[in-house]
Design a protein around this ligand. Structure first.
Ligand SMILES: [Mn+2]
Length: 317
């Protein structure tokens, strides 16, 4: 942590990147750190490999995220990532070292590849936003309402509204601090969860329609084909914000929930959720992916049918 603080203090210009298919924690922890660094007078540029879902438009700095391409000609003192488990997930077209002198990697994914020059991983943290709060405290920056809002979005979304097993007393203590900074939790969850487009809900309907339960494998899974997206008019980002895979895990008596989503011809994104007995990070890692014990994923270069067979064999004892 001392090195993290030193690296951030030493840099005058910083570029920060979200991870692919950015979620609330990626955006929230990145935005919070960016705001804190600006309070210290630093020049911070924000990039993203994929568009930031509109549902996160309540997060300060939401409008500032630009594609990596727009910083191709620039060089920064520091390239900083929060919540990004591996270098490829940054989606940077060139090696990260071509954008800056040093690379900072702060995260809570146990499967983090430890890329970069300064690395801080805390798998006990329920969200990268928890680590970001510690960093901001150590930088000596006050958590004002703006920073609190960014942190809260990260914390609230990554803990599933403080329901997931990774949630700790520290998560709640941080939430209390953030609310004390002037946040209205009801307003925030309404902004996050009650502004769904009908297209997204129709996609969820298609997913639930596809639900398969394999009691012999303690698995429930849903499948979304490219045709489901075309029919509903929903976007890939809707899958994340609707928590589609979590519905599979809700089935009584199973341990693992999964979602197979066709990303394109011959490419399928597999998302895995566990109730606790099965370490899905290990399963995902065996397919070249990663994540947490209870929430992990991998990208598979195969057809939807082949991916379904791969999933079933993955769960076979
Ligand atoms: Mn996270």
């Amino acid at each position: 942590m001392r090195e993290v603080i030193a690296a951030l203090r030493a840099a005058k210009t910083v570029v920060m990147s979200l991870h692919r298919q950015p979620d609330g924690d990626s955006i929230g922890s990145t935005a919070a750190i960016a705001l804190a660094l600006r309070r210290l007078g630093k020049d911070v540029t924000l990039v993203t490999p994929d568009p930031v879902p509109k549902v996160y438009d309540l997060v300060p700095t939401y409008q500032e995220f630009v594609p990596w391409e727009s910083v191709a000609e620039r060089r920064f003192d520091l390239v900083a990532m929060f919540d990004c488990a591996d270098e490829r997930r940054t989606g940077a077209p060139s090696d990260l070292t071509s954008y800056g002198a040093r690379v900072l990697n702060v995260d809570h994914h146990a499967t983090n590849t430890c890329f970069g020059d300064v690395v801080f991983i805390d798998p006990q943290a329920a969200a990268s936003a928890e680590i970001a709060a510690r960093v901001i405290d150590q930088l000596g920056v006050t958590i004002d309402r703006e920073i609190a809002l960014a942190l809260y979005v990260g914390l609230e979304t990554d803990t599933g509204g403080f329901r997931y097993a990774a949630t700790t007393p520290d998560s709640h203590r941080l939430a209390a601090r953030l609310l004390d900074a002037g946040l209205e939790p009801g307003e925030i969850s309404q902004a996050l969860y009650e502004r769904q487009a009908v297209s997204g809900l129709r996609l969820l309907g298609a997913a639930l329609q596809s639900l398969q339960v394999r009691e012999d494998l303690s698995l429930a899974y849903v499948v979304l084909s490219a045709a489901d997206f075309a029919r509903s008019g929903a976007a890939a980002a809707d899958v994340e914000t609707l928590g589609v895979v979590d519905y599979a895990r809700r089935v009584d008596g199973i341990e693992v929930g999964a979602l197979l989503r066709e990303e394109g011809p011959g490419q399928v994104k597999l998302s895995l959720r566990s109730k606790g007995l099965v370490d899905v990070a290990r399963l995902a890692a065996s397919l070249g992916g990663g994540g947490h014990e209870r929430a992990a994923g991998a990208t598979l270069a195969m057809s939807l049918q082949e991916a379904e067979a791969t999933l079933l064999s993955l769960l076979r004892p």
